[in-house]
Design a protein around this ligand. Structure first.
Ligand SMILES: NC(=O)c1ccc[n+]([C@@H]2O[C@H](COP(=O)([O-])OP(=O)(O)OC[C@H]3O[C@@H](n4cnc5c(N)ncnc54)[C@H](OP(=O)(O)O)[C@@H]3O)[C@@H](O)[C@H]2O)c1
Length: 164
């Protein structure tokens, strides 16, 4: 499984149950990377989507103790979620948020695709700072580019100690 996330300069990822920024180049990267794949998310992230609907053209797996719906796979327990994820090829599974799910499932991710936004979005929720975790190493960083007046970089971090 790979985590995919956009962070601000403080590793902030969201506020008021929404994203911090609207960045077309990052939206495109997210869309193209996850198209046809399996996306794993928490209930709040599902709620944050337009009309609270799952993402099209992807298998949506949602962790929630409350939600009952049949347009996505809802799982109410973290151990069951980990078992469900193992049914798919690991390169096909993307952890897409939010803060609670990233924190819980990051040890199971081989990679994190981190879009870094050179701004402070005033976040209320955060991604773990991978530069401070000894098992995570930055393996790739793109040149800086601009989208919607934001300077961004696409980076890849590798987990040197993946939990099975
Ligand atoms: N920047 C980015 O790339 C990015 C990506 C995704 C999300 N976000 C942002 O992240 C924020 C949402 O993050 P969040 O931490 O509030 O929510 P979240 O991780 O999306 O969802 C949390 C919910 O998942 C369920 N859950 C979590 N652990 C569980 C467990 N062990 N067993 C059963 N259910 C469990 C609970 O839902 P129930 O109450 O239904 O049980 C919990 O309230 C939003 O601001 C969103 O925009 C940012």
């Amino acid at each position: 499984m790979k985590a995919i996330v956009a962070v601000d300069k403080k590793w902030g990822i969201g506020k008021d149950n929404g994203l911090l920024f609207s960045i077309p180049a990052d939206m495109k990267f997210f869309r193209e990377t996850t198209a046809g794949k399996v996306v794993v998310m928490g209930a709040n992230t599902l709620k944050s989507f337009p009309n609270g609907n799952p993402l099209k053209n992807r298998t949506n797996i949602v962790l929630s103790s409350k939600i009952k719906r049949d347009d996505c796979i809802v799982i109410n327990d973290i151990e069951k979620l980990i078992a469900e994820i193992k049914k798919y090829p690991k390169d096909d599974v993307y952890l897409i948020g939010g803060a609670m799910l990233y924190k819980t499932l990051l040890p199971y991710c081989e990679q994190a695709l981190v879009t870094k936004v050179d701004a402070d979005g005033g976040a209320q929720v955060f991604f773990p700072n991978l530069d401070e975790l000894k098992e995570w190493k930055c393996a790739y960083s793109s040149e800086s580019l601009e989208s919607n007046d934001y300077k961004i970089k696409f980076t890849t971090y590798e987990n040197l100690s993946v939990k099975e």
